[in-house]
Design a protein around this ligand. Structure first.
Ligand code: ADP
Length: 262
Protein backbone atom coordinates (compact mmCIF):
# COMPACT_ATOMS: atom_id res chain seq x y z
CA UNK A 1 0.00 0.00 0.00
CA UNK A 2 1.43 3.33 -1.06
CA UNK A 3 0.63 6.94 -0.22
CA UNK A 4 1.97 9.79 -2.35
CA UNK A 5 2.44 13.48 -1.83
CA UNK A 6 3.61 16.12 -4.28
CA UNK A 7 6.23 18.27 -2.61
CA UNK A 8 7.56 20.40 -5.47
CA UNK A 9 6.50 21.48 -8.93
CA UNK A 10 7.97 23.97 -11.35
CA UNK A 11 7.31 24.83 -14.93
CA UNK A 12 9.48 26.55 -17.45
CA UNK A 13 9.08 27.06 -21.17
CA UNK A 14 10.72 23.74 -22.04
CA UNK A 15 9.82 21.36 -19.30
CA UNK A 16 7.73 20.63 -16.27
CA UNK A 17 9.28 19.39 -13.00
CA UNK A 18 7.47 17.52 -10.29
CA UNK A 19 8.80 15.88 -7.15
CA UNK A 20 6.59 13.21 -5.63
CA UNK A 21 7.31 11.34 -2.39
CA UNK A 22 5.98 7.79 -2.19
CA UNK A 23 5.53 6.19 1.24
CA UNK A 24 5.19 2.47 1.79
CA UNK A 25 2.42 2.39 4.42
CA UNK A 26 1.64 -1.32 4.22
CA UNK A 27 2.94 -1.99 7.70
CA UNK A 28 1.25 1.02 9.29
CA UNK A 29 -2.09 -0.06 7.83
CA UNK A 30 -1.55 -3.66 8.98
CA UNK A 31 -0.83 -2.51 12.56
CA UNK A 32 -3.84 -0.16 12.52
CA UNK A 33 -6.07 -2.96 11.26
CA UNK A 34 -4.77 -5.31 13.98
CA UNK A 35 -5.54 -2.71 16.65
CA UNK A 36 -9.04 -2.11 15.26
CA UNK A 37 -9.71 -5.87 15.11
CA UNK A 38 -8.46 -6.25 18.66
CA UNK A 39 -10.73 -3.47 19.93
CA UNK A 40 -13.79 -4.85 18.21
CA UNK A 41 -13.01 -8.42 19.37
CA UNK A 42 -12.30 -7.21 22.90
CA UNK A 43 -15.52 -5.24 23.17
CA UNK A 44 -17.51 -8.17 21.81
CA UNK A 45 -15.86 -10.61 24.24
CA UNK A 46 -16.35 -8.22 27.19
CA UNK A 47 -20.01 -7.57 26.33
CA UNK A 48 -20.93 -11.25 26.36
CA UNK A 49 -20.45 -11.85 30.12
CA UNK A 50 -21.84 -8.39 30.97
CA UNK A 51 -25.03 -9.14 29.01
CA UNK A 52 -25.35 -12.50 30.77
CA UNK A 53 -24.81 -10.97 34.23
CA UNK A 54 -27.32 -8.15 33.78
CA UNK A 55 -29.84 -10.42 32.02
CA UNK A 56 -29.84 -13.05 34.76
CA UNK A 57 -29.91 -10.38 37.52
CA UNK A 58 -32.92 -8.69 35.87
CA UNK A 59 -34.76 -12.00 35.53
CA UNK A 60 -34.14 -12.67 39.24
CA UNK A 61 -35.44 -9.22 40.18
CA UNK A 62 -38.52 -9.74 38.01
CA UNK A 63 -39.59 -12.63 40.25
CA UNK A 64 -37.39 -15.66 39.44
CA UNK A 65 -35.63 -15.22 42.81
CA UNK A 66 -38.72 -16.61 44.59
CA UNK A 67 -37.88 -20.09 43.34
CA UNK A 68 -34.84 -21.31 45.36
CA UNK A 69 -33.67 -23.69 42.61
CA UNK A 70 -33.68 -20.97 39.94
CA UNK A 71 -32.12 -18.48 42.37
CA UNK A 72 -29.13 -20.76 43.02
CA UNK A 73 -28.70 -21.68 39.37
CA UNK A 74 -28.77 -18.04 38.22
CA UNK A 75 -26.41 -16.92 41.00
CA UNK A 76 -23.95 -19.63 39.89
CA UNK A 77 -24.10 -18.32 36.32
CA UNK A 78 -23.62 -14.72 37.51
CA UNK A 79 -20.59 -15.75 39.55
CA UNK A 80 -19.08 -17.77 36.67
CA UNK A 81 -19.58 -14.93 34.19
CA UNK A 82 -18.09 -12.38 36.65
CA UNK A 83 -15.01 -14.58 36.98
CA UNK A 84 -14.72 -14.79 33.19
CA UNK A 85 -15.07 -11.01 32.93
CA UNK A 86 -12.27 -10.52 35.46
CA UNK A 87 -9.98 -12.91 33.52
CA UNK A 88 -10.76 -11.13 30.25
CA UNK A 89 -10.05 -7.70 31.73
CA UNK A 90 -6.75 -8.93 33.21
CA UNK A 91 -5.69 -10.41 29.85
CA UNK A 92 -6.71 -7.35 27.82
CA UNK A 93 -4.84 -5.13 30.28
CA UNK A 94 -1.69 -7.23 30.07
CA UNK A 95 -1.71 -7.00 26.24
CA UNK A 96 -2.02 -3.21 26.45
CA UNK A 97 0.77 -3.11 29.04
CA UNK A 98 3.20 -5.07 26.85
CA UNK A 99 2.36 -2.91 23.82
CA UNK A 100 2.97 0.33 25.69
CA UNK A 101 6.28 -0.75 27.24
CA UNK A 102 9.21 1.12 25.75
CA UNK A 103 12.46 -0.49 24.62
CA UNK A 104 14.47 1.62 27.08
CA UNK A 105 12.85 -0.25 29.98
CA UNK A 106 14.76 -3.42 29.06
CA UNK A 107 17.75 -4.47 31.16
CA UNK A 108 19.79 -7.62 30.70
CA UNK A 109 19.71 -9.98 33.69
CA UNK A 110 21.38 -13.29 34.46
CA UNK A 111 18.68 -15.84 35.25
CA UNK A 112 18.93 -19.25 36.95
CA UNK A 113 16.46 -20.99 34.62
CA UNK A 114 16.17 -24.28 36.55
CA UNK A 115 15.29 -22.43 39.76
CA UNK A 116 12.86 -20.10 38.00
CA UNK A 117 11.04 -23.07 36.42
CA UNK A 118 11.00 -24.87 39.81
CA UNK A 119 9.30 -21.88 41.41
CA UNK A 120 6.65 -21.75 38.70
CA UNK A 121 6.02 -25.50 38.87
CA UNK A 122 5.57 -25.25 42.65
CA UNK A 123 2.98 -22.51 42.13
CA UNK A 124 1.08 -24.68 39.62
CA UNK A 125 1.43 -27.94 41.57
CA UNK A 126 -2.05 -27.75 43.07
CA UNK A 127 -3.69 -27.21 39.69
CA UNK A 128 -1.75 -30.26 38.37
CA UNK A 129 -2.61 -32.44 41.37
CA UNK A 130 -6.35 -32.07 40.75
CA UNK A 131 -5.82 -33.98 37.46
CA UNK A 132 -3.01 -36.17 38.88
CA UNK A 133 -0.57 -34.66 36.44
CA UNK A 134 3.20 -35.00 37.01
CA UNK A 135 5.31 -31.90 36.47
CA UNK A 136 8.93 -32.60 35.49
CA UNK A 137 11.73 -30.03 35.37
CA UNK A 138 14.64 -31.23 33.19
CA UNK A 139 16.48 -27.91 32.95
CA UNK A 140 20.20 -28.31 33.70
CA UNK A 141 21.97 -26.06 36.20
CA UNK A 142 23.28 -22.81 34.76
CA UNK A 143 22.13 -19.35 33.84
CA UNK A 144 20.77 -17.59 30.76
CA UNK A 145 20.93 -13.92 29.84
CA UNK A 146 17.64 -12.20 29.24
CA UNK A 147 16.08 -8.76 29.28
CA UNK A 148 13.27 -8.85 31.83
CA UNK A 149 12.85 -11.98 33.96
CA UNK A 150 9.22 -11.15 34.85
CA UNK A 151 8.18 -11.58 31.20
CA UNK A 152 9.77 -15.03 31.07
CA UNK A 153 7.91 -15.95 34.28
CA UNK A 154 4.64 -14.95 32.61
CA UNK A 155 5.52 -17.06 29.52
CA UNK A 156 6.33 -20.16 31.60
CA UNK A 157 3.22 -19.73 33.76
CA UNK A 158 0.96 -19.49 30.70
CA UNK A 159 2.51 -22.40 28.78
CA UNK A 160 2.61 -24.75 31.78
CA UNK A 161 -0.96 -23.94 32.83
CA UNK A 162 -2.15 -24.63 29.27
CA UNK A 163 -0.17 -27.90 29.31
CA UNK A 164 -2.09 -28.84 32.47
CA UNK A 165 -5.50 -27.53 31.31
CA UNK A 166 -5.41 -29.38 27.98
CA UNK A 167 -3.82 -32.54 29.40
CA UNK A 168 -5.41 -35.88 30.11
CA UNK A 169 -6.00 -37.29 33.59
CA UNK A 170 -2.69 -38.60 35.07
CA UNK A 171 -0.66 -37.15 32.19
CA UNK A 172 2.64 -35.31 32.46
CA UNK A 173 4.24 -31.96 31.65
CA UNK A 174 7.99 -31.85 30.99
CA UNK A 175 10.07 -28.68 30.80
CA UNK A 176 13.26 -29.05 28.83
CA UNK A 177 16.18 -26.92 27.67
CA UNK A 178 18.32 -26.94 24.52
CA UNK A 179 21.02 -24.57 23.32
CA UNK A 180 22.95 -23.93 20.12
CA UNK A 181 25.77 -21.43 19.55
CA UNK A 182 23.17 -18.78 18.64
CA UNK A 183 20.15 -19.38 20.85
CA UNK A 184 18.63 -21.26 23.74
CA UNK A 185 15.21 -22.91 23.77
CA UNK A 186 12.78 -23.75 26.54
CA UNK A 187 10.34 -26.55 25.72
CA UNK A 188 7.04 -27.29 27.44
CA UNK A 189 5.87 -30.74 26.46
CA UNK A 190 2.51 -32.25 27.44
CA UNK A 191 0.67 -35.53 26.97
CA UNK A 192 -2.66 -33.82 26.31
CA UNK A 193 -5.38 -33.62 23.68
CA UNK A 194 -3.06 -32.15 21.04
CA UNK A 195 -3.85 -29.57 18.35
CA UNK A 196 -4.81 -30.37 14.74
CA UNK A 197 -2.34 -29.18 12.10
CA UNK A 198 -4.94 -26.77 10.65
CA UNK A 199 -5.36 -25.02 14.05
CA UNK A 200 -1.68 -24.75 14.98
CA UNK A 201 -1.09 -21.28 13.51
CA UNK A 202 -4.45 -19.88 14.64
CA UNK A 203 -4.07 -20.63 18.37
CA UNK A 204 -1.59 -17.72 18.64
CA UNK A 205 -4.24 -15.23 17.44
CA UNK A 206 -6.03 -13.09 19.98
CA UNK A 207 -9.32 -14.62 21.24
CA UNK A 208 -8.89 -17.80 19.17
CA UNK A 209 -9.87 -21.04 20.92
CA UNK A 210 -10.00 -24.45 19.27
CA UNK A 211 -13.68 -25.00 18.66
CA UNK A 212 -14.04 -28.51 19.96
CA UNK A 213 -16.63 -29.32 22.57
CA UNK A 214 -13.89 -30.86 24.71
CA UNK A 215 -11.92 -27.66 25.06
CA UNK A 216 -14.79 -25.15 25.02
CA UNK A 217 -17.01 -26.80 27.61
CA UNK A 218 -14.60 -28.45 29.97
CA UNK A 219 -11.79 -25.92 30.01
CA UNK A 220 -12.15 -22.27 30.94
CA UNK A 221 -10.13 -19.65 29.12
CA UNK A 222 -10.19 -16.34 27.31
CA UNK A 223 -8.30 -17.25 24.13
CA UNK A 224 -5.76 -14.53 24.93
CA UNK A 225 -3.10 -16.56 26.78
CA UNK A 226 -1.01 -17.58 23.76
CA UNK A 227 -1.41 -14.14 22.14
CA UNK A 228 0.04 -12.62 25.32
CA UNK A 229 2.84 -15.22 25.39
CA UNK A 230 3.68 -14.45 21.73
CA UNK A 231 3.90 -10.70 22.41
CA UNK A 232 6.07 -11.29 25.48
CA UNK A 233 8.41 -13.64 23.58
CA UNK A 234 8.74 -11.18 20.67
CA UNK A 235 9.43 -8.33 23.07
CA UNK A 236 12.30 -10.47 24.45
CA UNK A 237 13.68 -10.86 20.88
CA UNK A 238 12.51 -14.48 20.84
CA UNK A 239 10.42 -16.86 18.73
CA UNK A 240 7.62 -19.27 19.65
CA UNK A 241 6.54 -22.44 17.85
CA UNK A 242 4.46 -25.55 18.43
CA UNK A 243 4.54 -29.15 17.31
CA UNK A 244 1.57 -31.31 18.14
CA UNK A 245 -0.36 -34.44 17.38
CA UNK A 246 -4.05 -34.92 18.20
CA UNK A 247 -4.52 -37.32 21.08
CA UNK A 248 -0.78 -37.58 21.76
CA UNK A 249 0.30 -34.17 23.02
CA UNK A 250 1.89 -30.83 22.21
CA UNK A 251 5.30 -29.21 22.62
CA UNK A 252 5.57 -25.43 22.79
CA UNK A 253 9.11 -24.07 22.21
CA UNK A 254 10.33 -20.57 22.98
CA UNK A 255 13.80 -19.58 21.72
CA UNK A 256 15.89 -16.56 22.62
CA UNK A 257 19.21 -15.32 21.24
CA UNK A 258 22.17 -16.13 23.52
CA UNK A 259 23.48 -12.60 23.04
CA UNK A 260 20.72 -10.23 24.10
CA UNK A 261 20.71 -6.77 22.61
CA UNK A 262 19.85 -4.09 25.11
P1 ADP B 1 -7.21 -20.21 26.41
O1 ADP B 1 -6.43 -21.32 27.03
O2 ADP B 1 -7.57 -19.13 27.36
O3 ADP B 1 -8.36 -20.69 25.58
P2 ADP B 1 -4.84 -19.67 24.78
O4 ADP B 1 -4.57 -18.49 23.91
O5 ADP B 1 -3.89 -19.94 25.89
O6 ADP B 1 -6.30 -19.43 25.34
O7 ADP B 1 -4.95 -20.94 23.87
C1 ADP B 1 -5.73 -20.88 22.67
C2 ADP B 1 -6.26 -22.27 22.33
O8 ADP B 1 -5.18 -23.12 21.95
C3 ADP B 1 -6.94 -22.97 23.51
O9 ADP B 1 -8.30 -22.61 23.62
C4 ADP B 1 -6.76 -24.43 23.14
O10 ADP B 1 -7.79 -24.81 22.26
C5 ADP B 1 -5.42 -24.45 22.39
N1 ADP B 1 -4.28 -24.87 23.24
C6 ADP B 1 -3.42 -24.06 23.90
N2 ADP B 1 -2.47 -24.78 24.56
C7 ADP B 1 -2.75 -26.07 24.31
C8 ADP B 1 -2.14 -27.31 24.70
N3 ADP B 1 -1.04 -27.37 25.48
N4 ADP B 1 -2.69 -28.45 24.24
C9 ADP B 1 -3.79 -28.43 23.43
N5 ADP B 1 -4.42 -27.30 23.04
C10 ADP B 1 -3.90 -26.13 23.47
Amino acid sequence: RVEASVIYTSTSEDFFQILVLLYDVTEIYAVEKMQMDFLSNASHELKTPVTAISGFAETLQAGAKDDPGTLNQFLDIIQKESKRLTELIQDVLSISRIESQSVSQRKIASIDLAELVDEQLRALQQMASVKHITLVNQIPAGTVQLTDESKLVEVIKNLVSNAIKYNREAGSVTIDYEATAQDWTLKVQDTGIGIAQSEQARIFERFYRVDSSRTQQVVNGTGLGLAIVTELVHSLQGQISVTSQRGVGSTFSVSFPIKQVQ
